[in-house]
Design a protein around this ligand. Sequence first.
Ligand SMILES: C[S@@+](CC[C@H](N)C(=O)[O-])C[C@H]1O[C@@H](n2cnc3c(N)ncnc32)[C@H](O)[C@@H]1O
Length: 253
Amino acid sequence: MSLPTDARTLYDQTASGWSRRLPMSLSDYTARPRVMVLCEPIAGERVLDLGCGEGYCSRELRRLGAGEVVGLDVSERMIDLARQAEAAQPLGIRYDVANAAQADLGTGHFDLVVAVFLFNYLSVAEMHRTMANVHRTLAPNGRFVFAVPHPAFAFMRQPAPPFYFDVGSAGYFSARDERFPGQIWKRDGSSLDVQLVHKTLEDYFAGLRLAGFDAMPTVTELAVTHDMVEIDKPFFGPLLDFPLHMAVKVTRA
Ligand SMILES: C[S@@+](CC[C@H](N)C(=O)[O-])C[C@H]1O[C@@H](n2cnc3c(N)ncnc32)[C@H](O)[C@@H]1O
């Protein structure tokens, strides 16, 4: 198993493969539309998109009526692409380069913070720090919505298209905080390199509690649906019945 590089280098090197205006990769079908539903109500909200990449979710949030959208990402190249999309079709979104685990996100400004497949690039300690930053930057009754690879998925499936993480013979508990390579496919047959810094289920919910989120979260285990298989059976079929991603929504008191 080849050791992957850090997230910033990985995304600076592979940014162009992520650039898209329409659904393309597996998770554009299996995760992002469901995350948008969890984010509702969006109209008029002040939104922070952490680990925004080239801006796919930021643009969607703005199109769904968000009043203000700020996107932050550690990769300069991903932010370049997000700004190019903004210049080509202005939506009034601000994009900045920042490390979500270290940046000062300010206090009490945002109604909604989203982090779509950010935490699989952070250590447990970095994720907990980020969750505390998110709690601080949310206004009272503000919501935090994040999506991550399902904690069990990597241990259930051998490396194969259209999505995997190669954990080798690692164990669910002993692999905590270890970084593994993976790949996710697009429907055109090409693939993107991704990474998993493994966390247990407990790590996510301990982090939220430590950050100050006291309310019961909404947890959704995301999977391929039969509707997706009907659209493209060779692509979606191999993943039917696997828990692919976990989406969580929690409200700040
Ligand atoms: C799988 S991409 C997801 C991008 C976007 N959220 C989306 O759903 O299309 C993960 C993104 O997280 C960013 N990232 C990784 N570590 C980060 C960190 N510490 N701070 C900010 N962004 C980070 C990467 O540069 C990459 O753009």
